[in-house]
Design a protein around this ligand. Sequence first.
Ligand code: KG4
Ligand code: ZN
Length: 367
Amino acid sequence: MTLVLGIESSCDESACAVVRDGVEVLSSAVASQIARHAAHGGVVPELAAREHLSAFPRVLDEALAAANVQLEDIDAIAVTQGPGLIPALLVGVNFAKGLALKHRKPLYGVNHFAGHIYGAFLGSDAHALLEKESSYPMLALVVSGGHTSLLLLHADGHARHLGFTIDDAAGEALDKAAKLLKLGYPGGPVMQKTAVNGDKKRFDFPRPLTGAAGKALSEENRYNFSFSGIKTSLLYTLEKLNLRNDEPIEPQLLSDLAASFQEAVVDVLARKAIKAAKDFGAKTLIAAGGVACNALLRERLAADCPKNVTLQLASPAYCTDNAAMIGGLGYYHYLADHGKGDGVGFDAFARLPEITAIRFAALGHGE
Ligand code: KG4
Ligand code: ZN
């Protein structure tokens, strides 16, 4: 039995988790700072760092107590190294380094983006999927506040990015739209709620880079995304409706705007993911990251996923930032180097590097 302590601080969640053998989440503690950032309409990196600093000791205690283990029982520590906000990442990385040195545990720097993909296999019996060679190739749609990507994963561990967003991430677009509609932060959940009684057909927002509206789609943008145009279109719509800045928007109109906007974002995500899954003969389609919580996106993927493709949606608890996905993936780092660890010399990184391999794919089924 191998116990990995996962630590996550890339954005506005301070999280610690204990995961057994990469599969069983013994505990997953998350302290959200949302309330602290809401007044600013988005995450303020220095404020996030300060909040992480005060939250971590408490969140660690909570995770250990809930798992009923002590630090001495832990076999390895895995911490989010990047991508993310550097001031925020540094707090988690330094906290993890301190624990690793003090308790003489191997430490691993884990990629947050790959962690989100791993999160799709947590908390259900889906772990068996990643161990079966017949589940590959897998197509992962990673949609969060910072990322919107399609990644193809092969059984031998090789991975290839098929496409990215060329401007805003899907979650960022929902956050910005919510801000324009004065709905608060974070935008995804509140847009979903506001959209419930709305007419999603009332406003015809654009579907960028889908070849819709007669615009030819270039080869290089086939699997890329773009969301800033939908946001601009919302802005123009509000101007056309002559909505005065200081007046609240009438509730039905607000719901219709939110529903139409959400529909446009979800439509683009689902269409592109399904198309890529078909084009590359994916056996499994994964959706992960904060936006994968979205009920409409989940419904659309379930409805449109071809029958011969297994759909694996991350459990909502492991869609948004958490440390279980980091501890779970960390287990495969531990397997790969037989527990040696990365040392404590590594730095945090801000931007997503090119991903060419995903560790769990090759190791999960013993190749
Ligand atoms: O994965 P995450 O917690 O952090 C990043 O790594 O970015 O994702 C946060 C994003 C935010 O943009 C938030 O608005 C969005 O996920 N989100 C949602 C929902 N819940 C969170 N978007 C749509 N529908 C939701 N239910
Ligand atoms: Zn994230």
